[in-house]
Design a protein around this ligand. Structure first.
Ligand SMILES: [Zn+2]
Length: 132
């Protein structure tokens, strides 16, 4: 969608520190950090709200791309990588959408984890190295 900052990140018109991506979703560091390694996970297709994505497919609907089941499995994957990367069990997640009108989910560790919060590339790399 034109003039959507997240659509511009997806099209690489705006650079980002990517952590993980699939055909339908992108996980990258949020510019407005809540803590070190604060990731936002967004669908590549423009949806206004997280609630607008298609429901996870049942056996009868297998093959529905970009569904909310895949979305949450990526959020889960990022959270597990952050636990290892930042040596904490304390990972928070928020479903937001009031400031940018493109569905997004935040996943971020405790503010008190060690490291430089502003080392975007270093923190992105730590998360990438701990993805399974
Ligand atoms: Zn968008």
């Amino acid at each position: 969608m034109e003039n959507c900052i997240f659509c511009k990140i997806i099209s690489s018109d705006i650079p980002s520190h990517k952590v993980f991506e699939t055909d339908d979703f992108l996980a990258s560091l949020d510019i407005h950090l809540q803590s070190s390694g604060h990731v936002q996970v967004i669908p590549k297709k423009h949806y206004r709200w997280v609630w607008d994505l298609p429901a996870a497919p049942s056996a009868a609907q297998a093959g529905v791309p970009g569904n909310n089941g895949e979305y949450f499995s990526i959020v889960h994957k990022i959270a597990l990588a952050q636990r290892k990367a930042f040596s904490t069990d304390w990972i928070l997640s928020k479903i937001v959408g009031d400031e940018v009108e493109h569905a997004h989910i935040w996943v971020y560790p405790d503010r008190n984890v060690k490291g430089d919060m502003n080392d975007f590339e270093g923190n992105a790399e730590k998360i990438r190295q701990n993805l399974q």
